[in-house]
Every structure is written in structure tokens, then in C-alpha cells.
Design a protein around this ligand. Structure first.
Ligand code: ADP
Length: 266
């Protein structure tokens, strides 16, 4: 479990907390979405989860290990994998396979184990045919997959995706999300999806809306969709598909596709 206890974070040189008194528990295997408007503290919260940032007050425990404890940081970073918005910042090597191997070599794993994990990670993101290609020749979507493979090869228990699909077209975005959800099902990896897209966030089991550095609302997306005023107060809008279903229904038009699902959400 990741436990955030009374965590406050203030960026150096700033007087306003980017996060204030956050209490949050993330269970193993859970699919949690964190959403909210720009500047609400989502990325700062993500960076607390693996000790990239440490709280000014309060503490963050990963499976009981404190991110403030220097000796625990290496283990914490292996357990909590992070993929960021810009994959170029995460790609370091001359070929796709070497890039995935990079983190594993730093761990000092035996070559046979490295080879096995690289193979598995590339296959799980569908890049096995591009193992010898230089990363800079990949498309944006492929780079994003490669960044994900590099993190997966470390066999994390928790996977944080911080707007990791933001630069992709909707089809590629959906593919990556499907892939990580499959991994969650197969391997029980917890998914923490940071997104400003309500369409993505409502797919999680639990959703958290941030506003001005605090947790503004949390619950199941199902509960939220009835409460448009909560979204409005947080500066968010209904997911487009639900808004569309509502206005169609108000206009007396019934949807022919997937009516049960849309009815349930709306
Ligand atoms: P979000 O991810 O929801 O857009 P962030 O966590 O990036 O929000 O930012 C939360 C607050 O912290 C914002 O007010 C932002 O301006 C501020 N902030 C973010 N990064 C820095 C930084 N490196 N230095 C100073 N302030 C920052």
C-alpha cells in the first residue's frame, strides 16, 4: 500500500503550498485516477509517490517504507514506476532494447535475466519487432510505449502514468490504456492514472479530483457522474460522451450503441 499521511509540499521559493494536508491510501492492484484542472497539484502528488519529491510536512509510506529514508529510496523507485508526458526525457540508449535494459543493468541483474525481462517488456507493449531500432526513429506513440516498457521491465508494483498519453492521438491513447489495464489484470500492478481527461478518469475504480492543492472529491466515477455541480466547482466538465448522452436524451433521442453503459453512467 502507498500511504500519504498529512502531506504538504511547497516548491522552493514559493510561499503557496502546491499540496496541502493530503491524506490518501492507494491499495495494491487498484486502478486510481487523479484528475483536476491545471495547477491543482496532480503532478506534484505523483512525484511524492516515489520520493522524487518529499513532503515538507507529513510523510509518504510505500509498503511501509518512508520516502524520506534515503536507504529505502532505491527499493521505493523500483516498486513505484513512473511514466511522464514527454517520453524523450526518459529515453537514453542507442536502441530500443538497450533502452529497456538500461535500468536493469543499473540494478546489476545477470545478463540472462536482463534479456528475459527486456523481451517480456517489449512484447507487453507490442514493440518486440522494433528492438534494434534507434529510439529517435520511433513515432510519438512508439516512444511512449518504449518509456512504458522501460518502467515495466523494473517490475513495479505501482505504475504511475502522469499525463503519459497526453501527446498521443485518441486511438494510440486508448491502446496504451488498454495495455496497462491488461497488465493490471495479469500481474496485479496498481495503476495510478494522472489525467486531465475526464473520459479517461471515469474508467478507474476510484477517482480523485484535485483542486488548489487539496483533494476536492473522491469516490467512484459512477457517483460523480450524477453530480455535475461538483465538476463545475472544480473547473471540470462532464466527460464528452456523458454530456452527449444527456443532451441526446433530453432531445428524446435514444442511443443505439452500448445503451446500457451510457445509461448507467448518465
Ligand atoms: P497539475 O499537475 O495539476 O497541473 P502541478 O502539481 O504541476 O499541477 O502544480 C501545482 C502547483 O505547483 C501549481 O500552482 C504550480 O504552479 C506549482 N508548481 C509546479 N511545479 C513547480 C515548480 N517546479 N516550481 C514552483 N512551483 C511549481
Amino acid at each position: 500500500m502507498i500511504a500519504i499521511q498529512g502531506a504538504t509540499y511547497i516548491y522552493p521559493g514559493s510561499t503557496v503550498p502546491a499540496l496541502e494536508k493530503i491524506d490518501l491510501a492507494i491499495e495494491p492492484g487498484e486502478f486510481l485516477a487523479i484528475t483536476g484542472p491545471n495547477g491543482s497539484g496532480k503532478s506534484t502528488l505523483a512525484r511524492l509517490l516515489n520520493g522524487l519529491l518529499r513532503p515538507r510536512q507529513g510523510r509518504v509510506l510505500v509498503d511501509g517504507m518512508d520516502t524520506g529514508d534515503d536507504t529505502a529510496l532505491i527499493t521505493i523507485r523500483r516498486r513505484v514506476g513512473m511514466v511522464f508526458q514527454d517520453p524523450d526525457n526518459q529515453l537514453v540508449a542507442a536502441t530500443v532494447a538497450e533502452d529497456v535494459a538500461f535500468g536493469l543493468e543499473n540494478l546489476g541483474l545477470p545478463p540472462a535475466e536482463i534479456e528475459k525481462r527486456v523481451d517480456l517488456a517489449l512484447r507487453s507493449v507490442g514493440l518486440e519487432d522494433l528492438a534494434a531500432r534507434p529510439p529517435h526513429l520511433l513515432s510519438g506513440g512508439q516512444k511512449q510505449r518504449l518509456a512504458l516498457a522501460g518502467v515495466l521491465a523494473m517490475e513495479p508494483r505501482y505504475l504511475v502514468l502522469d499525463e503519459a498519453t497526453a501527446m498521443l492521438d485518441p486511438v494510440a491513447r486508448e491502446e496504451i490504456l488498454e495495455q496497462v489495464l491488461r497488465l493490471r489484470q495479469e500481474q496485479g500492478i496498481a495503476i495510478i492514472l494522472i489525467t486531465h481527461l475526464m473520459e479517461e478518469a471515469v474508467r478507474a475504480d476510484r477517482m480523485l479530483i484535485m483542486k488548489s492543492g487539496r483533494i476536492f472529491w473522491q469516490g467512484s466515477p459512477r457517483e460523480l457522474s450524477y453530480q455535475e455541480r461538483i465538476l463545475a466547482a472544480a473547473g471540470l466538465r462532464l466527460p464528452a460522451v456523458i454530456a452527449l448522452a444527456k443532451s441526446l436524451r433530453q432531445g428524446g433521442i435514444k442511443l443505439a450503441t452500448n445503451p446500457v453503459c451510457v445509461e448507467e453512467l448518465a
